[in-house]
Design a protein around this ligand. Structure first.
Ligand code: GLV
Ligand code: MN
Ligand code: MN
Length: 412
């Protein structure tokens, strides 16, 4: 299939999907179990059906399109990504990979290619973890890693749990475990994604062959102090939650820098309660997101944060608690599948480079247990998780073409 045709179709779909945002004119905000998520899921179902796939939505809000193979009982090849976004994110993160998967199915059909095994295009629900502070909800459910307790445990900033949000979306969290695929039913997982970093764009490389994905730990920390009058409470008689929290927060970036191996750590959310100019803070909530290809580094920084919290909260006579949102170890991706795509790049004359991913992906969750591979395409100026995120449709099309080559190789 010529790249022009693929580019045109990818453009049509991604342009259409852009409208499903809660923040029109200010990036893509498509949080899980919302009206926008429903609209996007319905559109995806429609185009999957048009591409000749058998379509279903599962108990976790994932959408699957099936191209039947000659042996339907053999482990399938699954390809996909997520259809949710972060708050005020871009129009490519996740959804471009879903469209690539559907495009691979279209190409199989047009090429008259009947796969030996099933090919499944997947659109996962809630990869980002934006709403509930978690991550990989849908792909985790597919692997049997989510249960009703999980759905009751995590809540969004308005106190709405997964459990409640799912009910409002027409899903039954009581049967979330039915979303799990039988062991052995998925043979390989493939994901196309925008890079979300600057390397490919800066080096003018067309395809990134992703050889590994960082491990991630995410925490919500609450430091408890005592609210008091800011003017009358002497400095040695106050329990200032901001003082203790910021002393810890300010050290976290340096602990990551010290590792000098690409380890990163971020506090992206801070909330002071009650939050008044003339009130000593009662409490501070903050998030920590730590990532590295070296899991020991992640554990070390998490331990240092706990030790610093012990010290700094004792110093103010306060306390703290930590809510663990996500712990996932780094993965190495499947070299044999990457090699097939390297050959495809050579044949097609696409420039390529092997690189690791600092962003999390459904492939990180799935790569823990199944042979998994990923390709990246360039992100303009490396910008992502913001409204200016941009990748040319012709660049997205290249990922679909390279992945179609791999899928046909696996399924012949
Ligand atoms: C998701 O894109 C993440 O890496 O947080
Ligand atoms: Mn993504
Ligand atoms: Mn993202």
């Amino acid at each position: 299939m010529g790249i022009e045709v693929v580019t045109g179709r990818v453009a049509t779909d991604l342009e259409y999907l852009k409208r499903f945002t809660a923040t029109p004119g200010n990036g893509c905000t498509r949080l899980p179990f919302t009206k926008e998520a429903r609209e996007a899921a319905d559109y995806l179902k429609e185009i999957m059906a048009e591409a000749g796939m058998e379509v279903r939505e599962d108990e976790a809000g994932n959408v699957f399109g099936l191209v039947k193979g000659e042996d339907e009982s053999a482990p399938c090849v699954m390809m996909g990504s997520h259809y949710d976004s972060v708050q005020n994110g871009g129009d490519f993160d996740g959804i471009a990979g879903v469209i690539c998967a559907i495009e691979v199915a279209r190409q199989m059909k047009e090429n008259g290619f009947t796969p030996k095994r099933n090919f499944v295009a997947a659109a996962f629900c809630d990869e980002e973890g934006m709403r509930f502070g978690t991550g990989y909800f849908g792909s985790g459910a597919m692997l049997g890693h989510r249960d009703v307790e999980y759905c009751k445990k995590f809540a969004d900033k308005d106190g709405i749990t997964y459990y409640e949000a799912m009910k409002g979306y027409g899903l039954d969290p009581e049967v979330i475990e039915k979303a799990a695929w039988p062991e052995g039913s998925i043979g390989q997982f493939l994901e196309a994604h925008i890079e979300q970093g600057p390397v490919l764009d800066a080096e003018k490389i067309e395809i990134g062959l992703v050889n590994g994905i960082v491990g991630i730990q995410r925490y919500m920390v609450t430091v408890h102090g005592r609210s008091d009058h800011a003017g009358t409470t002497p400095m040695d008689m106050r329990k200032d939650a901001v003082e203790a929290a910021t002393k810890v927060i300010s050290k976290i970036p340096d602990w990551a820098r010290e590792k000098a191996d690409g380890t990163v750590a971020t506090t992206g959310f801070i909330k002071v309660t009650p939050g008044g100019m003339n009130i000593v803070a009662e409490s501070v909530e903050f998030t920590v997101d730590i990532r590295s290809m070296n899991n020991d580094n992640i554990n070390d920084i998490a331990n240092r944060i706990r030790a610093a919290l012990d010290r700094e909260t004792a110093a103010i006579g306060g306390s703290y608690d930590i809510d663990t949102k996500l712990i996932i170890t780094p993965v190495e991706l499947d070299m044999s599948m990457l090699k097939v795509m390297e050959e495809s790049c050579k044949t097609r004359g696409y420039s390529y480079k092997y690189l690791p991913s600092g962003a999390g992906h459904d492939a990180l969750e799935i790569g823990q247990v199944l042979p998994t591979c990923m390709v990246f395409v360039p992100s303009l100026d490396g910008r992502s998780h913001c409204p200016v995120e941009f990748t040319k449709y012709s660049e997205v099309a290249r990922a679909a073409i390279v992945m179609a080559d791999l899928a046909e190789e696996l399924l012949k």
